[in-house]
Design a protein around this ligand. Sequence first.
Ligand code: F6R
Length: 264
Amino acid sequence: MQVVILKDAAEVAAYGAKIFIEQVKANPASVLGLATGSSPIELYKRVIDANKAGEVSFKDVTTFNLDEYLGLDGDHPQSYRYFMNEQLFNHIDIDKANTFVPDGSAKDPIASCAEYEQKIAAKGGVDVQLLGIGTNGHIGFNEPSSSLASRTRVKTLTQATIDANSRFFAEDEFQPNLSITMGIGSIMEAKKVVLIATGEGKADAIKDTVEGPLSARCPASVLQMHEKAIIICDEAAASKLEDKEFYQYIEQQNDKLLADYYGA
Ligand code: F6R
């Protein structure tokens, strides 16, 4: 597990965006796993800027989003499909036919979960998966107690998650308490996982994720078992890590080794 601690949210966004931009530059037909929520918005802005500047093209990229509210169709302003169109897809040269978000209006949600898994497999799996993290340690909508081997499925949201996301819904608006989410087992199959977290509110979840124990109580702690997981957080989100100085030391050593190697 690589833990990168940066000054603030802007640095986290820039660092995270660079990983995705470099991935697509290296493999223009990459398969990217994407997330919604507040955390990735700045990262997506940087990706858009890079695309507009001609630094990188997404025309052959395929994307799979982590999750969607069950009961909202893609035109609903609070749906994650709508969010992705607004925050990213409408502003880059991606073919929308290659962007996949679980279908919140599926007539047979259970069958649509299996189909989603098949689509990911047919594309050869996710190359790089972006994750945010809930204050309770959830990834996707895999709430605490989710099986660490779970696949894409219908999942009940905790009251804490419903409350946290109520800021996006009007007072009298229907807010779903069910979702379709990629499972933890599905997420773990991505070749690389990039989790971003900012702000003090995420400090406990980051501590549990990085320093354990490995437990379904904090779903993100499963990333300790991933060969290529990068946790990128700002000082505030990293503030409860016991071995913070050690993670910073490793990063300095990595930079130094690279500089020595490339003679920079
Ligand atoms: C969103 C998702 C969620 C969020 C998490 C953090 O697709 O899967 O796990 O990443 O709830 O949300 P924010 O970034 O709004 O704090």
